[in-house]
Design a protein around this ligand. Structure first.
Ligand code: MEV
Length: 442
């Protein structure tokens, strides 16, 4: 069927949008409308709140919201809120938390909290001349022109940390940047940073136009291309680590502790040198990071983009975690660049986000950075622990069993039967189906 484009979709009511979709894409089949409406919230105000988070909304898309308890982080016990659709992630986090709780728990260090943004511009001018103008005139004007925008942030202890002019002409003709660093305290700061940068773009144009240092030709060559924060924040970074004597690495699979430590370290080294493995290894880390990022109302696309850019910083994609086993001490850590907020954005709006922040004890942005790094490290520890011992499928498929049974339409009684049937063996998709069919036909 050939579909027709639509004008003014956003102006249709919610029902109008659904009717259009029904007619255009579902041949008038109303079953899907019923499904959409099942997910509407009974409370119209709450529904409206969610509708207004985004645009053209017609329903809600649920994500399971789970809790991973027993995280000892810097001497304090946390229960981590995790919004994630993948089975095993919350269980893996909880298992790691339990493993480390009697070994001193997780220790974190905030290495830096600097965020970055750029005004990207083109100007056909001698770099030294522009640099001189920047040093002696423009820089001061940029700070002055943003005083109103930064007033509140400065009161909270943040603001613009520095502004530099970067000559990028070797990479692209006439390309320069105003590169600014910011401290956004407890907010993620995207709006604040972008507002400052847009003002930089305006001030740059005004000051160049008014300056006597440049010829008319130079002035006319100025084009501000864009003003935007960078989601790559290698200087907004936290370290989380665990350590213990190798002999304390007891694993219920029965593997000897030296062998476990050796294999675990090999697995990390493989992820450090082999991008194919590093991608999956880091994906597992982000299972833990993103679940808490989402539960706390932060932007998981930003955390993903930043983590992977950082993982490639040396020109080859590599592991975010590292491991040593020197002098009989197993040490495992992550350096995670991550920019998040605990005020602003969804944090004040989404009731479940407020709940998440409440159970985390209303953390500062820095504490949340620590919690996120720990969640990623814990997830990676659990994944590698399984991978180098029993393999990932044993635990994963056990968690996935209920999904398979739900797809088959199993009753509660049948589910109980299957949990006990697979108690001591690895779940396989075909075995569930064979056994399910046998049960139903006997
Ligand atoms: C699955 O979502 C994540 C893992 O593949 C991570 C890993 O292999 O390290 C288990």
């Amino acid at each position: 069927m050939n579909h027709q484009p639509i004008e003014g979709f956003s102006r249709l009511t919610k029902q109008g949008k659904i009717d259009w979709l029904n007619g255009e894409y579902l041949n008038g089949d109303k079953t899907y409308e019923h499904i959409l409406k099942q997910y509407w919230n009974d409370n119209p105000e709450l529904q409206k709140l969610h509708d207004e988070f985004s645009e053209n909304t017609i329903s809600n898309f649920y994500m399971p919201y789970g809790i991973a308890p027993n995280f000892l982080i810097d001497g304090k016990l946390y229960a981590l809120p995790m919004a994630v659709e993948e089975s095993s992630v919350v269980a893996a986090a909880s298992k790691s938390a339990k493993f480390w709780i009697d070994k001193g728990g997780f220790k974190t260090t905030i290495i830096n909290t600097k965020k970055l943004g750029h005004t990207h511009f083109i100007m056909d001018v001698e770099p030294h001349k522009l640099q001189h103008f920047f040093n002696f005139k423009l820089k001061k004007k940029l700070f002055e022109a943003t005083e109103d925008i930064t007033a509140n942030m400065r009161r909270r202890g943040g603001g613009i940390l520095n502004i530099r002019l970067l000559d990028k002409t070797a990479e692209m003709p006439h390309y320069y940047q105003l590169k600014a660093s910011f401290d956004t305290v407890d907010s993620m700061g995207a709006n604040f940073i972008n507002s400052c940068l847009e003002q930089f773009g305006k001030t740059l144009k005004e000051e160049i136009a008014a300056s006597e240092d440049f010829s008319m030709q130079e002035k006319e060559s100025l084009q501000v291309v864009m003003n935007i924060l960078s989601n790559y924040t290698p200087d907004c970074i936290v370290r989380a680590e665990v350590s213990c004597p190798v002999e304390d690495l007891k694993d219920d699979s029965g593997i000897a502790h030296e062998e476990f430590a050796w294999k675990f370290k090999q697995a990390v080294t493989i992820a450090e040198i082999e991008p194919y493995r590093a991608t999956t290894h880091n994906k597992g880390i982000m299972n833990g990071v993103d679940a808490v990022v989402i539960a706390t109302g932060n932007d998981f696309r930003a955390t993903e983009a930043c983590a992977h850019a950082y993982a490639s910083r040396n020109g080859k994609y590599s592991s975010l975690t590292h491991c040593t086993t020197d002098n009989g001490i197993f040490r495992f850590w992550i350096d995670l660049p991550v920019s998040v907020g605990v005020v602003g954005g969804l944090t004040n709006l989404h009731p479940l986000v407020k709940f998440s922040l409440a159970i985390l004890g209303k953390p500062s942005a820095q504490q949340l950075m620590s919690i996120l790094a720990v969640s990623g490290l814990a997830q990676n520890f659990a994944a590698l622990r399984s991978l180098v011992t029993t393999g990932i499928q044993k635990g994963h498929m056990k968690m996935h069993l209920l999904n398979i049974l739900n797809q088959l339409g199993a009753t509660e009684e049948e589910k109980k039967y299957f949990v006990s049937y697979f108690r001591d063996k690895t779940v396989s998709h075909h075995e569930v189906i064979d056994e399910f069919n046998r049960l139903r036909t006997q």
